[in-house]
Ligand binder design. Structure first.
Ligand SMILES: *Cc1c(COP(=O)(O)O)cnc(C)c1O
Length: 405
């Protein structure tokens, strides 16, 4: 109490110059606004195939719930059942008393499905990526990343003790050069090559077969972040690596996209899992996910494997969208439910997004720094919960709005 009064007094008598964080923050916000880059959260009262925003219902083409599992009755009842069986929270971090039978069952199920010795659960893909990049390479090692890798990988790479090198997006000769340079420098440097399976803002795939071959040739480890491929690509939804016929040394799967829930897992061999359990601070010092959530994730994992129809439907809806938009619309054809429409200018991308909103469609504009400068875009995502009518309505509205711009 005394301390608080004292702090308050100090603040009110503080000269203006000591409040410069306030100025800095205000200036940064003003700059964002003038650059057309100001970001705001939209508060939704519902989000599945349609989002409810300010009393208005809009058709949702910005969700990563690719398989339509986030509202699936089987998942909802699995989570409810998990609550009855295990209670609400996990109660502790995994090395204390936070590792329950539901977590163990999910880890075993993931390892079996994806063909790894071990799976280790994390609360988010962001923390899983940090845990791996802070722990596995040390300061003598080199991380080699695709330039378009997710912000969590870039951030982790910059903060990791290892040296980070980057290669132009999917540029195999640039990757080879970096691998040669690393090996020429010293054979004791361990190179770790990191790419996404599916790039989140472009929906394109990385050439995993060739990358994996190069990694073997140069004795490098390959880490694949398959946040957008797992569940969507490959036999039984096993993801990008299965689709390309490769096995990554470390595979990151996240549960916030096709699984329809949240959380992540690091797939790896037995020793690597044990190593992370000893040394990864994001794992050791963070409360584990609720066991009821792990129970729901197990149900999602079963549906992903059994419901081939969801992947087939996504494929058919993608085709329909392409057939239905006019040729003048530069929609990028992809193998995935991510269909970017590159606009370029940030202000224009925002105004197209707003025009679509006015016509009842929710399609987010993605702007720098999430994507490179001058490549602002609409990131259209399809889900297995969309209907053919939804896709036709999207195409018709895009035809109108883009031609009006
Ligand atoms: C979404 C995403 C993440 C982060 O996963 P969260 O579980 O949402 O923290 C990591 N990598 C990629 C490629 C992603 O798209």
């Amino acid at each position: 109490m005394l301390l608080r009064v004292r702090v308050k007094m100090i603040y009110s008598t503080m000269p203006l110059s000591n409040r410069r964080f306030n100025h800095k923050i205000k200036h940064a916000l003003e700059a964002r606004e003038t650059q057309g880059l100001y970001r705001q959260r939209a508060c939704l009262s519902r989000a599945d195939q349609s989002v409810e925003h300010q009393g208005k219902s809009l058709l949702n083409f910005s969700s990563n719930d690719y398989l339509g599992l986030a509202q699936d009755p089987a998942i909802l009842s699995a989570w409810q059942e998990g609550l009855t069986l295990f209670g609400a929270g996990s109660g502790a971090s995994p090395l204390v008393t936070g590792f329950h039978s539901a977590h163990k069952a999910l880890e075993d199920q993931l390892a079996d499905w994806l063909g790894y010795e071990r799976a280790l659960l994390f609360n988010s893909g962001f923390s899983a990526n940090q845990a791996v990049l802070f722990t596995i390479p040390d300061k003598h090692d080199v991380l080699i990343q695709d330039k378009l890798n997710h912000a969590s990988l870039m951030e982790a790479g910059l903060l990791s003790p290892a040296t980070m090198r980057r290669f132009a997006h999917n540029d195999l000769s640039a990757l080879t050069r970096l691998l040669h340079q690393t090996n020429d420098k010293s054979p004791s440097i361990n190179p770790l090559v990191i790419t996404e399976g599916v790039f989140s803002m472009d929906g394109d795939l990385s050439p995993l077969a060739t990358i994996s071959e190069q990694c073997s040739q140069h004795d490098a480890w390959l880490m694949v972040d398959d946040a957008h491929g797992c569940g969507v690509l490959g036999d039984k939804g096993r993801g990008s690596c299965d689709f390309s016929g490769v096995k990554a040394d470390i595979l990151i799967v996240t549960f916030g996209k096709a699984f329809g829930l949240s959380g992540a897992a690091v797939m790896c061999n037995n020793d690597t899992a044990e190593y992370l359990i000893q040394f990864a601070r994001h794992f050791i010092y963070s409360t584990s996910m609720p066991p009821s959530q792990a129970h729901a994730l197990s149900a999602a994992c079963r549906l992903i494997q059994s419901d081939d129809w969801r992947r087939e439907k996504l494929h058919d809806l993608g085709h329909l969208l392409f057939e239905s938009v006019e040729n003048s619309i530069q929609l990028v054809d992809t193998h995935t439910p991510i269909k970017p429409l590159i606009i370029g200018d940030s202000h224009k991308a925002l105004s197209v997004s707003n025009a679509l909103k006015a016509k009842g469609l929710w399609v987010s504009a993605i702007r720098p720094p999430t994507v490179p400068v001058n490549s602002a875009r609409l990131r259209i995502t399809l889900t297995a919960a969309h209907t053919e009518q939804d896709i036709k309505r999207l195409a018709t509205t895009l035809n109108e709005v883009i031609n009006d711009e």
